[in-house]
Design a protein around this ligand. Structure first.
Ligand SMILES: N=CN[C@@H](CCC(=O)O)C(=O)O
Ligand SMILES: [Mn+2]
Ligand SMILES: [Mn+2]
Length: 312
C-alpha cells in the first residue's frame, strides 16, 4: 500500500483548530496501532467494468472521491486515516482483489471501520474477501450484504466482473457452509432480466425495487434496513452510485433512467451506519471521465462522510 493520491487531500484553509476542521486538514496516513478510527482504502480498478462490457474509467474513482471529500467540514472529532490504493494493473483483477482483501483484513484487525473507494463494483468481492479473512474464513458468523444498486450483480460468468460480485459471494458462502444473506435496494426491473430476478429469488435475496424507494415510503425503507441488520452478526454496505438518478450521478458506467433519490439513499446509509452492525462499507462505479462538474464525486463523498459521521 502506498500513500498515493496524497495530492488529493488539499483544499480551503480557514485557520487552525477543530472549529475549522475539514477532511483534508484532519486525515492522516494509516499506520498500525495508532488507535481505532475510520480508514479509507482505494481500489483503483475498472477491469471488472471492462469485462462486463461497460464504460471504463472507474480506476481513477478513488482519487476523485478523495478530492471531493477534501473540503467537507467536520463538526465532530474524527480519527480519519487513508490507507492508500490497491491498483489493478494489466488486467490482473483477481490478484488485485486478493491484495485488497489482505490490506482490508489488516485494517479490520487493527480495529478500523473501513470504507473502500472504488473502482468498479468488482470491489464487492474484494471487500467480502477481506471481511471473511478478518472474521475467520471458516467461522460461523453471519454477514449481511446490503447493496444499494440498480442491478443485482448476480451474473454467472466464466470470469469475474463488476456484474458477478454477489454470485461469487453466494458461492463462497455456500462453500464455507454459511447462509448467503443479501438485501438489494433500488433494483430496477428495467435493468435486470428475468433470469437475474429468478436467480435472486432462488438465493433468497431480499429486494426493494427502485419504485418502492421514495420519500412516501421512507419508514418502510428504513424498517427494511433495520430488520436486515438485526438479522445478522455483521453488516457490509456497498453503494453502487448507478442507483442514483443520472441527473445526480452521471459519472458511472450505466447511468440510471429512473434511479432512487439522494434523500432515500442517505436514509439507507445512515440507518445502516447507525445499526451498530456495520463492519465495512464501500462505494463503487464512480467514473470521473463521465462526471459533470464533480456531481457524482461530490454525491459519493457526501455519502462517505455521512456514513462515517453517523456510526452507531
Ligand atoms: N455492475 C453491474 N453492472 C450492470 C451493468 C449493466 C449495464 O451495463 O447496462 C450489470 O451487470 O447488470
Ligand atoms: Mn449498478
Ligand atoms: Mn453494481
Amino acid at each position: 500500500m502506498t500513500w498515493k493520491d496524497a495530492g488529493s487531500w488539499a483544499g480551503r484553509d480557514d485557520g487552525p483548530g477543530a472549529q475549522n476542521a475539514r477532511w483534508h486538514s484532519t486525515i492522516k496516513p494509516w499506520k498500525a496501532g495508532e488507535g481505532a478510527g475510520s480508514a479509507l482504502l482505494g481500489f483503483a480498478s475498472d477491469e471488472g467494468v471492462r469485462r462486463n462490457k461497460g464504460r471504463t474509467g472507474a480506476k481513477t474513482g478513488p482519487g476523485a472521491l478523495r478530492a471531493a471529500l477534501s473540503n467537507i467540514s467536520l463538526h465532530e472529532p474524527a480519527n480519519l486515516f487513508d490507507a492508500g490504493d490497491i491498483a489493478v494493473e494489466d488486467r490482473e483483477l483477481e490478484a488485485g482483489q486478493e491484495e485488497f482483501a489482505n490490506a482490508l483484513a489488516g485494517l479490520l484487525r487493527d480495529g478500523q471501520f473501513t470504507v473502500g473507494l472504488g473502482g468498479g463494483h468488482e470491489i464487492t468481492f474484494a471487500s467480502y474477501s477481506g471481511i471473511a479473512k478478518a472474521l475467520g474464513a471458516d467461522g460461523h458468523w453471519s454477514l449481511g450484504c446490503l447493496n444499494i444498486d440498480a442491478h443485482f450483480d448476480l451474473r454467472v460468468a466464466e470470469t469475474a466482473s463488476s456484474g458477478t460480485g454477489f454470485a461469487q459471494i453466494a458461492e463462497a458462502e455456500a462453500a464455507a457452509g454459511r447462509t448467503f444473506r443479501y438485501a438489494a435496494v433500488g433494483i430496477s426491473e428495467a435493468s435486470n432480466t428475468k433470469v437475474l430476478f429468478d436467480r435472486a429469488a432462488e438465493l433468497g435475496v431480499q429486494v426493494l425495487l427502485d419504485t418502492e424507494c421514495h420519500l412516501g415510503n421512507i419508514d418502510a425503507v428504513r424498517g427494511f434496513v433495520a430488520e436486515f441488520a438485526g438479522s445478522v452478526d455483521h453488516l457490509y454496505l456497498t453503494i453502487d452510485l448507478d442507483a442514483l438518478p443520472a441527473s445526480v450521478a452521471p459519472g458511472v458506467s450505466a447511468p440510471a433512467g429512473y434511479g432512487i433519490g439522494l434523500e432515500v439513499v442517505r436514509a439507507i446509509v445512515v440507518a445502516a451506519s447507525a445499526s451498530g452492525k456495520l463492519i465495512h462499507a464501500d462505494i463503487a462505479e464512480l467514473n470521473p471521465d463521465f462526471d459533470i462538474d464533480q456531481r457524482t464525486a461530490r454525491t459519493g463523498a457526501r455519502l462517505v462522510n455521512d456514513l462515517i459521521m453517523n456510526r452507531g
